[in-house]
Design a binder for this molecule. Structure first.
Ligand code: NDP
Length: 328
């Protein structure tokens, strides 16, 4: 049998922009800083890149800034040429504690400070993609759009987008940019997996055609639930066992969801792939998804998950309909 990792990596345009990203990418939430030091992070990044990944996701808030520092150091150690990869970060929550203007905001003051901090930790002159990590109801969207557009104009980011914004908020931002000839948001980063489908499939439906919205989607395994590792409880070396992530435990050990996970596993078995590969490939089967951001706490998971490349062609309309029936 051929190694699924040898399957070609598809590259897709980020929405209507010209930027090409690997259909499967790699992010650092929870893992970098809490589970992976720079050495292990480097090994995971290298494994992802060897499998064809060109897009790496991060955020200011991950591990209080440590995740950006680790990714920056690891990439520097790997010696990757800056032109050869796409890197993103996200800003909103802030990392300076309860300081006015530096927490839970998208005001102009914060955005200008935040991008400088991220670039310093990453050791870069610019990020390819900068996201507003959440919407900010206390700052006019117009102020945020002007600031993001100005950051693009300054060269500190090449494209910008949103994460977990409502369809109305995304459309409002796009229209403000259109009206004032500013740089428009090109991408949204929502959660999307077999258990979390509503926003991507229903709420955003008009935006793909109307404004050419691209998607980089997060938690394809619903934090590991869709790997099947929680069907018999919480493994000691899993995310749900980490201090600070107690809030995830009920979701990951939910009996109804794990019963569906068992059913999904029978489909994976028939397709001769692992459940994780099936779940990750399912996200990429949606043509509106530009890139599925995977996560991993060890190199073996990176290898397994990126084998999803080989599973994607197996997701025929019949298989997709069967999966839909199971998770309904
Ligand atoms: P997943 O849902 O795929 O969960 C990844 C975790 O599942 C791993 O860290 C690992 O945790 C476990 N896992 C992964 N592969 C396997 C496997 N093959 N077998 C068994 N367990 C496995 O993705 P994430 O939740 O990590 O999200 C991916 C990325 O998306 C993030 O890194 C981040 O870049 C982005 N993101 C963005 C958000 C946003 O608000 N914009 C929010 C969340 C994530 P363990 O081994 O510890 O159990």
């Amino acid at each position: 049998m051929t190694d699924p990792l040898d399957a070609p990596m598809p590259y897709r345009r980020l929405g209507r922009s010209g930027l090409q990203v690997s259909a499967f990418s790699f992010g650092s939430w929870v893992t970098f800083g809490s589970q992976l030091d720079t050495g292990l992070a480097r090994d995971c990044l290298a494994a992802a890149r060897d499998a064809g990944v060109n897009f790496f996701d991060n955020a200011e808030a991950y591990a209080g800034g440590e995740s950006e520092r680790i990714m920056g150091d690891a990439i520097a150690e790997l010696g990757w040429e800056r032109w050869s990869y796409v890197i993103s970060t996200k800003v909103f929550w802030g990392i300076h504690g309860e300081v006015p203007n530096m927490r839970n905001t998208l005001n102009r003051k914060y955005l200008f400070q935040a991008i400088d901090g991220s670039l310093e930790r990453l050791g870069l002159d610019f990020v390819d993609l900068l996201y507003c990590h959440r919407p900010d109801p206390n700052t006019p969207i117009e102020e945020t759009v002007w600031a993001m557009s100005d950051i693009i104009a300054s060269g500190k980011a090449l494209y910008w987008g949103t994460s977990e914004w409502s369809a109305d908020e995304i459309r409002a931002a796009w229209e403000i940019a259109e009206r004032h000839h500013l740089h428009k948001p090109v991408v949204e980063q929502p959660q999307y997996n077999l258990f979390e489908r509503q926003r991507v499939q229903k709420e955003y439906a008009r935006l793909y055609e109307d404004i050419g919205l691209g998607l980089t989607t997060w938690s394809p395994l619903a934090s590991g639930l869709l790997s099947g590792k929680y069907v018999d409880g919480v493994p000691e070396d899993s995310r749900a066992a980490l201090p600070g992530y107690e809030w995830l435990r009920d979701l990951l050990t939910d009996p109804a969801r794990n019963a569906k996970v068992r059913e999904l596993a029978t489909v994976a078995e028939r397709l001769e792939c692992t459940l994780s590969q099936l779940a990750i490939a399912w996200c990429a089967a949606n043509p509106n998804v530009s890139s599925v951001i995977t996560g991993a706490s060890r190199v073996e998971q990176v290898h397994e998950n990126l084998g999803a490349k080989a599973v994607l062609p197996k997701l025929t309309p019949d298989v997709l309909a069967e999966l839909k029936q199971i998770v309904r």
